[in-house]
Design a protein around this ligand. Structure first.
Ligand code: UDX
Length: 439
């Protein structure tokens, strides 16, 4: 919304939330999320045509276009628990829109929703005694965290789905014209509403599937003398495959991939498409296996025990340039190491507040440390779990000197100079490469 306000000064954008703390933070100098470039965008537009408010009703009343971005977590109860999307916040919002509208409006689904949600929302909105007509559009968001501003300013595509009726098409043109202020027309794709909803789930499923695929190959590389970076380069130069999203890792995280894969599988199951469901679920299973495998490698090589050993986790965010830790592979690794009775020291440039909350129940096994050198001091092993650039440039000689011996590095992101680390004296383990062990 901040980018829309920034790029469309002729439009007044009001962002609302029922949480006053959050709105206060958006109105302050300390924004509630870390995202490179966001501060500049907010500073340019805030108070001009971008406003943050807790007055949801007033914002609904005055709006022509309403973007709904409430969360749709995985259901934790009842039918579909653990797989389906929990739509209670979406439905509440639809009812709130209805209660505060005295004219028809365009309602835009921004949250990732199961296929056919827009129809349910349209039914709620259009079953009103006031004779109002609403159009529900699907406009899924493809930005990735850490690069959100760039992704929004220069999107590969903007996708807008609507009902294929004259009113539906008219509504999607209104939204298309808004994006066309800064997005080239040929990048704005219009479709029916189901295609738009399904495309979002499918895009995330395909991206996640590439990571699980390369991760299965990484396991083979570790047993043979193939090198995963060489294999990824060789595969990625096939223009049909392409080079991106082939970075083998300890696993994918983030709030979307797992949730959307499970949701896709649930939808497939609900249509009796069992094979489809099992196929996409296997992408999640491989990811969990990869995380577990990483820990097994650590324990097996540290003489089959990490009990009582100090282990430094470099990075806790699910990827670099964010403080977000949702579904972070670092959390799975930390939990498995805690189960092995290791003593963890976690460092991360942005994610420590979230890490503390995530591991609040394991406080006696975990320390948190801003300074990576202090985190590594006295440790038996380093496990690099987030590809922060700063970790490439640490003085590993100095770190080695302060560590227990033999010293181990487990590079879960393959970003370090493994030969240099080995030359310093480390035992080096990475993803999809032969271990470099000191004898
Ligand atoms: C993703 C989609 O990319 C985005 O289009 C969608 O809108 C939301 O979900 P995000 O979760 O923010 O975005 O991050 P992304 O860059 O996709 O990374 C997801 C996870 O996969 C991270 O843990 C990342 O480290 C990991 N990853 C990514 C790999 O392990 N290897 C890769 O090659 C790429």
């Amino acid at each position: 919304m901040a980018v829309i306000a920034d790029r469309c000064p002729h439009v007044r954008v009001t962002v609302t939330d029922i949480n006053p703390e959050r709105i206060r933070a958006w109105n302050s100098d300390r924004l509630p999320i870390f995202e490179p470039g966001l501060e500049d965008v907010v500073r340019r537009a805030r108070g001009r045509n971008l406003f943050f408010s807790t007055d949801v009703a007033a914002a609904i009343r005055s709006a022509d276009l309403i973007f709904v971005s409430v969360n749709t977590p995985t259901k934790t109860f009842g039918e579909g628990a653990g797989r389906a999307a929990d739509l209670q916040y979406w439905e509440k919002t639809a009812r709130e829109i209805l209660a505060n509208s005295d004219r028809g409006k365009i309602v835009v689904e921004k949250s990732t929703l199961p296929v056919r949600t827009a129809a349910a929302m349209a039914r709620i909105l259009n079953s009103n005694g006031k004779g109002l007509r609403f159009q529900v559009l699907s406009n899924p968001e493809f930005l990735a965290e850490g690069t959100a501003i760039r992704d929004l300013e220069h999107p590969d595509r903007v996708l807008i789905g609507s009902e294929e009726t004259p009113d539906g098409v008219r509504a999607r043109r209104v939204l298309a014209n808004l994006y066309a202020t800064w997005v080239p027309r040929d990048r704005i794709i219009e479709s029916n509403v189901w295609s738009a909803e399904l495309s979002k789930l499918a895009a995330n499923a395909f991206l996640a599937q590439r990571i699980s695929s390369i991760n299965t190959i990484s396991a083979l590389c570790e047993r043979t003398e193939a090198d995963i970076d060489e294999v990824a380069r060789a595969i990625g130069t096939d223009s049909r495959i392409g080079p991106r999203f082939l970075q083998a890792s300890v696993g994918f995280g983030g709030s979307c991939f797992k949730k959307d894969l499970l949701n896709l599988a649930y939808i497939a199951d609900s249509y009796g498409l069992t094979e489809v469901a099992r196929y996409w679920e296997s992408v999640v299973r491989i990811n969990e296996w990869q995380e577990a495998r990483f820990v097994q490698t650590m324990v097996a090589n540290m003489f089959n025990t990490v009990a009582g050993k100090r282990i430094a986790l470099l990075g806790f965010a699910f990827k670099a340039n964010t403080g977000d830790t949702r579904e972070s592979p670092a959390l799975a690794v930390a939990r498995a190491l805690i189960a092995e009775r290791a003593r963890l020291v976690i460092t991360d440039p942005q994610a420590l507040p979230n890490a503390r909350a995530d591991l609040a129940d394991a406080a006696e096994s975990v320390e948190f440390e801003d300074d990576p050198y202090a985190a590594a001091r006295g440790a038996h092993a380093l496990a690099l779990l987030t590809e922060w650039d700063a970790y490439r440039r640490l003085d590993y000689r100095r770190i080695f000197d302060g560590m227990a011996k033999p010293a181990f590095v487990f590079d879960g992101r393959n970003i370090l100079d493994h030969q240099a680390l080995y030359d310093i004296g480390f035992n080096v383990f990475s993803i999809g490469k032969m271990p470099m062990m000191r004898v």
